[in-house]
Design a protein around this ligand. Structure first.
Ligand code: IPM
Ligand code: MG
Length: 355
């Protein structure tokens, strides 16, 4: 089993190192190979996703990804910015199905910004479509406005679009995931305003008829944003488009205590996947040894489960993470009085010890 390890920028290398440590401790027959990506790759070879890195990713069963980005690249032309590496990988590998679970571990109930009773026992799965929508829709650009309120003024535009097959395939992913959970899907749209999301809603309704055991409801995205902080436990599986999923998954992360706890998986139709924490590169804390490696370690568990068929090993990692939390070990992002503050490496070591 071949794994491409792409640490990236900011805290990426520190947290990926801990996940690799955990994988090594399991003594599975994994072949790990690293390559630069994001700003680090731009510095080394002038492009955030160099051809050799892309080739390595394409030839691997799975990709373990850290994070990319740094404010210092904000002035580069868009095609050279670090974010293009992750968008390029999603597109090139067809990683259309993004799983972002938001689980509130009982030990972290008090780390959430919401009242403990609202989040204790929370277990939501956000399924975000990842290769369509306004992120990739053409045409896009900047030009002199041909019409509108200010003809001739500088304007910029992007295109929101979804095709029926794109919606169908993410719909099937969501309904099948719900069958393994509490059998409820909430499809989030903006059908009251947007054509794209009227089609989304229509197709989700049709796909849902093939899953009579799963209960489907529809919710507008603004209401979903509100319900996520009002009554988050009403949700089980949430399926939505690329941009709404980007926003709602960050929002959901706060229910769990810290975005430093949230793993993610992005899969294509061949079960090849990219596994990364849901958080970013956090350049402000990079190199300080304080970043929480648990989201990346839990992403490695998802990798074992979804792409490598190693369910038992995945469960072992997840149990080890529960154990270190029960032991009271906390990185600063999840620290509260009465617990023990540890750094990135100590947290990784503790997970290995718990294994
Ligand atoms: C995410 C990130 C990315 C996205 C950025 C880094 C391009 O925010 O994975 O949620 O918008 O998809
Ligand atoms: Mg995001």
């Amino acid at each position: 089993m071949k794994i491409a390890v792409l640490p990236g920028d900011g805290i990426g290398p520190e947290i990926v190192a801990e996940a690799v440590k955990v994988l090594d401790a399991l003594k599975l027959n994994l072949e790990l190979q690293s390559a630069p990506v994001g700003g680090a790759a731009y510095e080394a070879s002038g492009h955030p996703l160099p051809p050799a890195t892309l080739a390595l990713a394409q030839a691997s069963d799975a990709i373990l990804f850290g994070a990319v980005g740094d404010w210092k690249y904000d002035t580069l032309e868009r095609a050279l910015r670090p974010e293009q590496a992750i968008l390029g990988l999603r597109k090139a590998l067809g990683l259309f199905a993004n799983f972002r679970p938001a689980i509130c571990y009982k030990e972290l109930t008090h780390a959430s910004s919401l009242k403990p009773e609202l989040v204790s026992g929370l277990d939501i799965l956000i399924i975000r479509e990842l290769t369509g929508d306004i992120y990739f829709g053409q045409p896009r650009g900047r030009r002199s406005a041909p019409d509108g309120h200010f003809p001739g003024a500088e304007e910029a535009f992007d295109t929101m679009r979804y095709s029926r097959p794109e919606i169908e395939r993410i719909g099937h992913v969501a309904f099948q995931a719900a069958q393994k959970r509490s059998k409820r899907v909430t499809s989030v749209d903006k059908a009251n305003v947007l054509e794209t999301f009227q089609l989304w809603k229509d197709v989700m309704t049709e796909v849902g008829k093939q899953y009579p055991d799963v209960q489907l409801d529809h919710m507008y995205v603004d209401n979903a944003a509100m319900q996520l902080v009002k009554e988050p436990k009403r949700f089980d599986v949430v399926v939505t488009g690329n941009m709404f999923g980007d926003i709602l998954s960050d929002e959901a992360s706060m229910l769990t205590g810290s975005i430093g706890m949230l793993p993610s998986a992005s899969l294509n139709d061949k079960k090849q996947g990219l596994y990364e924490p849901s958080h970013g590169s956090a350049p402000d804390i990079a190199g300080k040894g304080v970043a929480n490696p648990l989201a990346t370690i839990l992403s490695a568990a998802m990798m074992l489960r979804f792409s490598l068929g190693q369910e038992a090993a995945a469960l072992k990692i997840e149990a080890a993470v529960q154990k270190v939390l029960a032991q009271g070990l906390r990185t600063p992002d999840i620290y509260s009085e009465g617990t023990t503050k540890v750094g990135t490496q100590q947290m990784g070591d503790a997970v290995v010890a718990a294994l």
